[in-house]
Design a protein around this ligand. Structure first.
Ligand SMILES: [Zn+2]
Length: 309
């Protein structure tokens, strides 16, 4: 059983598994961190699965689980609520992708006024911030949105599920666009989650990365493969840089840099230039997700877009 939220004792904070994962990679949470169920009267110890795994796939993702079902209290609605089928709300609410994190998102210790372990446990788990899945979540890393995209693709709900992003609330289906022979004239300035296969390599002159998609946009007669540069300065101020570097270095070592890139951006081309090129400018590494080629298998298995090709 997968549980979304837990009480962490070290930080005295109630958090989602996503947040636990980010805090671990921001080096603000230990691999041995301890978590407990947030159900009424329940203190069942929980484990955060996949906490230290840099890669993410449909199966490999952070979530909480209990060691033993019997650990949960009789009164625990996190356990019993899911059993009686109250997991899914009647009207699904859109997920929310926040383009900027709150300023104190990676604070090192709990804020004054943060509810104590006890009061947090007493809060009814039926509220939005509970251990129960309400269907809607706030995300700060594009990777979390990509994960939802893969799940909706698997479940056949891409056309219904929505996500609030950049002032709009598109469906997951409309939001994700493949980099593949689209005319640059048609898509310049179209902000979307662009994705496709790519190669990532280290920059020669600094400790950053360069990404080139394997597929091209069309500009007139030419085909242009879009590129992304992740410079050292950009990475060094990013709180979850350890995760970003671990993922990219793993890909470079294991696949020669072959990867699948998802990026929230608009394609950019120079207005007047002899040389045609297309770039995605990324000013926040939270807006890019880079995965191993195994995600292609998941996409193939779940996608009608891939089948139609
Ligand atoms: Zn419980």
């Amino acid at each position: 059983m997968s549980i979304d939220e837990a009480q962490n004792s070290e930080r005295q904070e109630r958090m989602t598994a996503e947040r636990a994962y980010e805090l671990f990679w921001a080096e603000l949470l230990d691999a041995g961190a301890t978590f407990a169920c947030v159900g009424t009267g329940c203190t069942a110890p929980l484990i955060c699965a996949c906490l230290d795994k840099p890669e993410q796939t449909l199966r490999v993702r952070p979530y909480f689980r209990s060691r033993r079902i019997e650990d949960h209290a009789e009164t625990c609605e996190v356990l019993h609520g899911t059993r009686s089928g109250t997991r899914k709300p009647e009207t699904p609410t859109p997920d929310v992708f926040e383009l900027e994190r709150p300023a104190d998102h990676f604070r090192a210790s709990p804020q004054p006024g943060t509810p104590s372990v006890q009061t947090a446990r007493e809060a009814p788990a039926t509220k939005k911030s509970s251990g129960l899945r309400t269907g809607a979540s706030h995300y700060y890393r594009l990777s979390s949105v990509v994960q939802k995209f893969l799940e909706h693709r698997r479940d056949g709900t891409l056309a219904e599920a929505t996500v609030a992003i950049g002032g709009e609330t598109p469906t997951y289906e409309a939001l994700f666009r493949n980099v593949y022979r689209q005319k640059v004239e048609d898509i310049t300035g179209v902000r979307a989650i662009w994705w496709g296969t790519a190669y990532v390599q280290r920059l020669k002159k600094e400790n950053g990365y360069f990404i080139r998609f394997t597929r091209a946009f069309r500009t007139g007669e030419q085909e242009t493969k879009p590129t992304i540069t992740l410079g050292e300065k950009l990475i060094e101020v990013y709180p979850v840089r350890k995760l970003l570097r671990a993922r990219l270095d793993k890909l470079i070592a294991e696949t020669g840099g072959y990867c699948v890139v998802f990026v929230w951006a608009k394609p950019w081309t120079p207005a007047e230039s002899e040389a045609s090129f297309v770039r995605f400018y990324v000013n926040n590494p939270d807006h890019i997700d880079i995965r191993g080629p195994e995600v292609l298998e998941e996409l193939k298995q779940t996608s009608r877009i891939a089948r139609a090709r």
